[in-house]
Write a protein that binds this ligand. Structure first.
Ligand code: M6P
Ligand code: ZN
Length: 183
């Protein structure tokens, strides 16, 4: 059994919980404006992840549970966001559920068609097979969400590092807009 603090959107720290922190320095490749990024503090936290993986990674038929907190912020006009990934097993799906904050779930299929679903307290999102997913915080406070995914899904970060998403979520005159990427 695990304890979840639903108000904070966090699992109770426990030996069973894997925790990771992603900083601007670690995410340098994913933001468009590398010059703007170089002028920011590389130790700035962009998001934190907790994962409860009660069975070994790669096991067929199991499920993992995680929490993510994305901080508010911008690199030039691009919102702070998660790295984003396809599943290594492309047909594996996932649920995201928003605890609080204002965000956007950016989704991309294998033809690079990219779209978004707004995230706000209470929204539940089903991520379909063969769809890459990333979350941007478009608000002024931390964006907190939970996730549930198959234990044999795996993360393919390489495709995203190499090709990115088909569009970027930018702050255009104060509102969030999905803008097609050149790459
Ligand atoms: C959710 C889940 C995790 C994922 C995390 C951060 O909690 O989808 O599997 O690791 O978001 O996203 P990413 O791995 O793309 O940085
Ligand atoms: Zn996933």
């Amino acid at each position: 059994m695990m304890q979840m603090d639903w108000a904070k959107g966090l699992l109770r720290p426990d030996v069973e919980v894997r925790e990771s922190v992603k900083t601007l320095g670690q995410l340098s490749g994913i933001f468009a404006n590398t010059k703007a990024l170089r002028e920011m503090d590389p130790t700035t936290v962009v998001y934190r992840v907790q994962a409860w993986c009660p069975i070994p990674e790669g096991t067929e038929g199991g499920l993992f549970w995680g929490t993510t907190v994305v901080e508010p912020g911008l690199v030039d006009s691009e919102y702070f966001m998660t790295h984003g990934h396809f599943h290594l097993k492309r047909d594996r799906t996932e649920y995201y559920g928003t605890i609080e904050g204002e965000g956007a779930l950016v989704l991309m299929d294998e033809t690079r068609a990219t779209w978004m679903e707004p995230m706000a307290a209470g929204t539940v999102h089903f991520i379909r097979p063969r769809v890459a997913h990333r979350v941007a915080n478009i608000g002024k406070s931390p964006l907190r969400f939970v996730a549930c995914w198959p234990s044999d899904a795996g993360h393919d970060y390489e495709s995203i590092r190499t090709y990115g998403f088909g569009a970027r979520l930018l702050n255009v005159r104060g509102s969030a807009m999905l803008v097609k990427s050149d790459a």
